[in-house]
Design a protein around this ligand. Structure first.
Ligand code: NAD
Length: 498
């Protein structure tokens, strides 16, 4: 922790056409450590002009073929080099992630491991055979090839600053695209370090460009500019809708990874301690600032009281504090503004008549008053029409409800506008699969919560998004599909007589 405090204030520039640059109007934005409230960095505050310069650089690099025409083994070699460099710097990167986002070091460490693995995964995938051929009716051979989408605009949130960047940059680069990347203005530290690593790995200038700054300025320019061929966005559903509308004017391909209000369904026959353990992990890991968080717990009536008792007992023991302290199990919220939003939802829950089981307040003891800490919080006896059941809070606040039978569990689970994730706990395998198959959600678990794999597609149903990250599907998002028809008998078509 002492080492963390000794880190100097960072100067975070943007990266456009292979140059580190200040904003065109020389403005900067303060970047905070949410555990201490201290300013840890000043980031260049990008302008529309900066976004346009980055888009022009990406377009020129794409058209030059410097990246898209490279043999895939060569592109893969760059990705492998980036992965190795992330591994070499993993400890430093994790410490910076903790300092900027607030997540405990242990969580940040996992993110760095996953980030390196994601680059390796796509390095492997891009060198695999792809494309198809078809025997068609005419003396013709039809084939299908995959091509890069072009200039990709990548816009990411603050909750996994490194990992969300990598989930987009790795497949976008693997597919041969050039990139204009906008990290969250709240957490630009590790994304900037990632771009330094990509530069060190020797990726040609113009292939990757990064512009810091506000969503409505830089993000909006990326989503609306005609020379951006596709936009891949992760963030809130409201912003996602705005991006989709903005992108419509230039008919961009969009990929949207949005919010959630995911149900965690616990049947009476589940292994009780395992279910309680994962329910805690599902909501309080990342201080609940995880898109797939199990923020609604649905418990079968016969074990409802017992569950609440044990869940409360365990939750009260969670060690909240500065994520840089190895003893810390749950860190702060990412910013003062976000903390205020979460606290306001807690007030809404009380006004709606939900039963506050524990927490429900800002934590200020042991120096936490300088940071943005909210206690692990749970409401019981919540009902479907409550806002705390319907809306994404994105904090350590869970709504617990009881259900009578399988049919009611499914009905309650699906009764929100979201459809990102969900889990079922039961020892009855057939029941588990029946319920999971009825869940309108893209990411699901049986007797588990949260694990994510590079191999498996990540994304939501309903208002949780469009498209998928990771896996082969994650590469598809960054590719166009072209059919090529080859005439095997080169003779006039003879349609017109003369
Ligand atoms: P946000 O929507 O406020 O911001 C996300 C990004 O969009 C930021 O870079 C922001 O600057 C930019 N942005 C904001 N307004 C914009 C605009 N008008 N045009 C273009 N870009 C704009 O989200 P956040 O608060 O940073 O992140 C939290 C949200 O992200 C939660 O809703 C969470 O569920 C979601 N999320 C989803 C996933 C997923 O995989 N589905 C993963 C992580 C986070």
């Amino acid at each position: 922790m002492l080492e963390m405090q000794a880190v100097k204030t960072l100067d975070l520039k943007m990266y456009i056409n292979g140059e580190w640059t200040n904003s065109s109007d020389n403005k900067t934005r303060e970047v905070f450590n949410p555990a201490t409230g201290e300013v840890i960095a000043y980031a260049a505050e990008g302008t529309v002009e900066d976004a346009r310069a980055a888009i022009a650089a990406a377009k020129e690099a794409f058209e030059s073929g410097v990246w898209s025409d490279l043999p895939t083994v060569e592109r893969a070699a760059y990705l492998l080099k980036i992965a190795d460099k992330i591994d070499e710097k993993a400890e430093e990167l994790a410490a910076l992630e903790t300092m900027n986002n607030g997540k405990p070091l242990r969580e940040a460490g996992f993110d760095m491991g996953d980030a390196a693995a994601c680059f390796r995964y796509y390095a492997g995938m891009i060198t695999q055979p792809d494309g198809e051929t078809y025997h068609v009716a005419d003396p013709m051979q039809a084939m299908v090839v995959r091509e890069p989408a072009g200039v990709c605009g990548l816009i990411v949130p603050w909750n996994f600053p490194m990992l969300m960047s990598v989930w987009k940059i790795a497949p976008a680069l693997a597919a041969g695209n050039t990139v204009v990347f906008k990290p969250s203005e709240v957490t630009p530290v590790t994304p900037t370090k990632l771009i330094e690593i990509i530069e060190e790995a020797g990726v040609p200038k113009g292939v990757i460009n990064m512009v810091h700054g506000a969503g409505p300025v830089v993000g909006n320019e990326i989503a609306s500019h005609k020379d951006v061929d596709m936009v891949s966005f992760t963030g809130g559903t409201k912003t996602g809708k705005h991006i989709m509308k903005t992108a419509a004017d230039t008919m961009k391909k969009v990929s949207l990874e949005l919010g959630g209000k995911s149900p965690n369904i616990i049947f009476a026959d589940a292994d009780f301690e395992v279910a309680v353990d994962y329910a805690l992990f599902g909501i309080y890991c990342g201080s609940g600032q995880v898109c797939s968080a199990g923020s609604r717990i649905l418990v079968e009536e016969s074990i409802y009281d017992k569950f609440i008792e044990r869940f409360t007992e365990r939750a009260k023991q969670i060690q909240v504090g500065n994520g840089a302290d190895p003893e810390t199990e749950m860190g702060p919220l990412v910013s003062q503004q976000h903390m205020e939003k979460v606290l306001s939802y807690i007030e809404i829950g009380k006004e709606e008549g939900a039963r506050l089981l524990f927490g429900g307040e800002r934590l200020t003891e042991n120096g936490m008053d300088k940071g943005f800490f909210v206690a692990p919080t749970a409401f019981a006896d919540t009902t479907q029409e409550m806002r705390i059941v319907q809306e994404e809070i994105f904090g350590p606040v869970v709504a617990i409800q009881k259900f009578k039978d399988e049919a009611e569990a499914i009905r309650l689970a699906n009764d929100t506008d979201y459809g990102l994730a969900g889990a079922v706990f039961t020892i009855d395998g057939a029941k588990a699969l029946r319920v999971i198959k009825k869940l309108r959600a893209g990411i699901t678990w049986i007797n588990s919560y949260h694990p994510t794999y590079n191999e498996a597609p990540w994304g939501g149903y309903k208002q949780s998004g469009i498209g998928r990250s990771l896996g082969t599907y994650g590469l598809d998002e960054f590719q166009e599909i072209k059919q090529i028809n080859i005439n095997l008998e080169v003779e006039p078509v003879g349609w017109f007589k003369n």
